[in-house]
Design a protein around this ligand. Structure first.
Ligand code: HPA
Length: 274
């Protein structure tokens, strides 16, 4: 099912009634382990997803399910505490719904983070990567169906999905903070099963450094409506088949927890520079 422009507007109108004259500039979608950054927002206005017209509840572990509006490191932000994944049973329209709503509220930049499996064999679990580009060949595009020209063109360009100036800024922020930062390509898989070793080899041959189950759909929709995008992956594990051991959700959540200090310091430093 595709949403109509009026439905996006209805959600935006409701949120406007909650946030008054506050205008978010940076929309933030925080992946596994990082949602707590939403608790650091100053003068927060919290809106549970369940109260927002057309929003769904989020079922993934470690994901809360509310929007937090307020100030973080000098920026007006809207933090999604909890995101939607296709593997939860949502359509790509539902997965990406909030992006367009936040765009209607004034957000012009998206910061998106995720936990990912590390495909690049010269890197390690625990590494942070700024996403230079993505590969999404799984599933339809979230832009399939009638185009909504109020948001963007029928055939949007994908040459600069991850804004070059923001990637450069992230590199400078990381260097200043002595946080090692990789640059690489993220490949989207639907999940919920982790990739097979053969799929991980295929991803590597195609040019991926990391694999994960989120981010690319949201970024496609954000770019369509003209937002700038900054994306990060935390390598929570070596992708399947690299080490002779099975992958587990527990390993992913433990690594996400272990990496969150560096990760949040980097993101906050980026916010300060924007
Ligand atoms: N694959 C896909 N998604 C993930 C992984 C992985 O290895 N680790 C964390 N999220």
């Amino acid at each position: 099912m595709s949403f109509t422009f009026a439905q996006y507007q209805e959600s935006a109108d409701f949120l406007r009634s909650q946030i008054g004259s506050f205008t978010p500039k940076v929309a933030m979608i925080l992946g596994s382990g990082l949602g707590y950054l939403g608790n650091e927002v100053e003068q927060p206005i919290r809106v549970p997803y369940g109260e927002i017209p057309h929003f769904k509840a989020s079922t993934a572990p470690g994901h809360k399910g509310r929007l937090v509006f307020g100030e973080l490191d000098g920026q007006n932000v809207a933090v999604m505490q909890g995101r939607f994944h296709y593997y939860e049973g949502y359509s790509l329209d539902e997965v990406t719904f909030a992006i367009r709503v936040l765009r209607l509220l004034g957000a012009d930049t998206l910061i998106v983070t995720n936990a990912a499996g590390c495909v690049n064999q010269s890197w390690n679990a625990g590494d942070l990567m700024v996403i230079d580009d993505h590969i999404k060949i799984a599933l339809d595009s979230p832009l399939c169906g009638s185009n909504l020209p109020q948001f963007g063109p029928r055939f949007p360009d994908s040459s600069y999905n991850y804004t070059p100036a923001l990637r450069q800024m992230a590199a400078e922020a990381a260097a200043e903070q002595n946080i090692p930062l990789r640059h690489g390509v993220y490949m989207y898989w639907t999940g919920p099963q982790y990739e097979s070793p053969a799929e991980v080899r295929a991803a590597r041959i195609l040019g991926a450094d990391a694999v994960g189950m989120s981010t690319a759909p949201e970024v496609i929709v954000a770019r369509h409506c003209g937002m700038q995008v900054l994306g990060f992956s935390l390598m929570t594990n070596m992708a399947a088949g690299i080490l002779d051991q099975p992958l587990s959700e527990e390993e992913v959540l433990i690594s996400a927890e272990a990496g969150k200090e560096h990760f949040s310091a980097l993101i906050r430093s980026c916010l300060q520079r924007m």
